[in-house]
Design a protein around this ligand. Structure first.
Ligand SMILES: Nc1ncnc2c1ncn2[C@@H]1O[C@H](COP(=O)(O)OP(=O)(O)OP(=O)(O)O)[C@@H](O)[C@H]1O
Length: 354
């Protein structure tokens, strides 16, 4: 369970979401291969919940956010928003549904039009949606939102370059919430900010969540930020979901060797399950040619024979705590359980066959 006792019903139900980007040869070439950016992700976000997605760079966090928002079309899968299949909508129905889900970027500066004033940047979504009949109503809404995100009204007619990083992120947040969305995808929203400013922006996101009942998909590689803000955490590796659990449960009882490896490098987190601090050796394999079986097996310190042969399915290991790892598969044979040296296996797979 998450930290909030009042976590509501499901606002977003994501099922089997998959994205494979075609890799083309030359300008007009045929797709020569595919980047397996996101494979078969299924999760639910509740009203008022902060659902964090964590993992190393390139593991598919942003792709998940973009597919949920349909900023990129998923290859497969469905996204139910308030029970309605968002992936099937078009025309006006899509425009209306899009108002319920917004994005906060990592780098607000590149997403803010440098030639527009703060007031116009914040008002643009309501101008496009035609929410208000009069200029006075529109301006009053802009001022209300500026107040809500802690922006001084005296700066209403200034331009983005006149603001600090933290203030720019407040502008980005104001723009994202001005249409009163239900879900906000926050893609590394504080990674580009100084640590002192990060805390202020995180606090603001939490305040807005409480006052507006927002649900967040919070994408981050920074587990100490996630430990602070998340209710539920999904761990990804090479496009696959490795583990999904309530925040307390995940940090107290990490089950997947990959999650254990991620937590092992955070100095504040000590755990008996986390013994070997050097277990994340080696590079992340190419997503165009992911390893067979469990995609983590080439780097896994607990690798068994079965791990290169069969993809582990997500299963509930303890109440609400899901993990995709053969270690928790009780039906394996002794042969399948045989330990294998991960690096030796990776090298054997890479070696050209004679
Ligand atoms: N438009 C695209 N075309 C081809 N490949 C892409 C595209 N966008 C992302 N990818 C690839 O998909 C994989 C997942 O990328 P994604 O940006 O989702 O990861 P991430 O976990 O968000 O990483 P980061 O933290 O570095 O942003 C990566 O291998 C990336 O190179």
């Amino acid at each position: 369970m998450g930290k909030k006792a009042d976590m509501g019903d499901a606002v977003l139900e994501v099922e089997h979401l998959t994205k494979r980007y075609p890799v083309k040869k030359g300008l007009f070439g045929k797709a020569a291969a595919q980047v397996h950016a996101l494979e078969d992700a299924s999760f639910t976000v509740h009203r008022g919940e902060t659902f964090a997605i964590v993992g190393e760079s390139g593991c598919g966090k942003s792709t998940t956010g973009k597919c949920v928002l349909r900023l990129t079309e998923p290859t497969e899968g469905t996204v139910l928003l308030d029970g309605e299949d968002f992936t099937k909508l078009s025309g006006e129905a899509l425009t209306r549904a899009r108002q319920k889900m917004k994005l906060i970027f990592q780098d607000p500066y590149s997403s803010l039009n440098p030639r527009m004033t703060v007031a116009d940047i914040i008002a643009e979504p309501i101008d496009i949606a035609g929410t208000y009949q009069t200029r006075a109503e529109r301006d009053a809404r802009v001022e209300e939102i500026m107040g809500a995100v802690g922006l001084d009204l005296a700066f209403k007619y200034r331009y983005p370059h006149e603001f600090s990083g933290g203030q720019r992120q407040r502008i980005g947040i104001a723009r994202a919430i001005v249409l009163e969305p239900e879900v906000v995808v926050c893609d590394e929203p504080v990674s580009a900010l100084d640590v002192s400013v990060q805390a202020k922006v995180i606090n603001l996101l939490e305040e807005l969540q409480d006052s507006l009942g927002l649900s967040y998909i919070f994408i981050s590689h920074d587990l100490s930020v996630v430990k602070h803000i998340a209710d539920t955490v999904m761990v990804m590796y090479l496009g696959h979901t490795m583990e999904l659990a309530g925040k307390e449960e995940l940090f107290d009882n990490p089950l997947h060797p990959y999650t254990q490896a991620l937590l092992a490098v955070i100095p504040q987190i000590r755990h008996e399950r986390i013994q070997d601090k050097k277990i994340l050796e080696g590079d992340v394999p190419s997503p165009t040619n992911p390893p067979t079986g469990c995609v983590f097996h080439t780097r896994c310190p607990r690798c068994m024979r079965v791990c290169s042969e069969r993809v582990p399915q997500m299963r509930e290991v303890t109440g609400g705590h899901q993990c995709a790892c053969h270690l928790y598969d009780e039906d394996l044979t002794d042969e399948e359980r045989e330990p294998v040296m991960a690096r030796a296996l990776a090298e054997a797979e890479e070696a050209p066959s004679s």
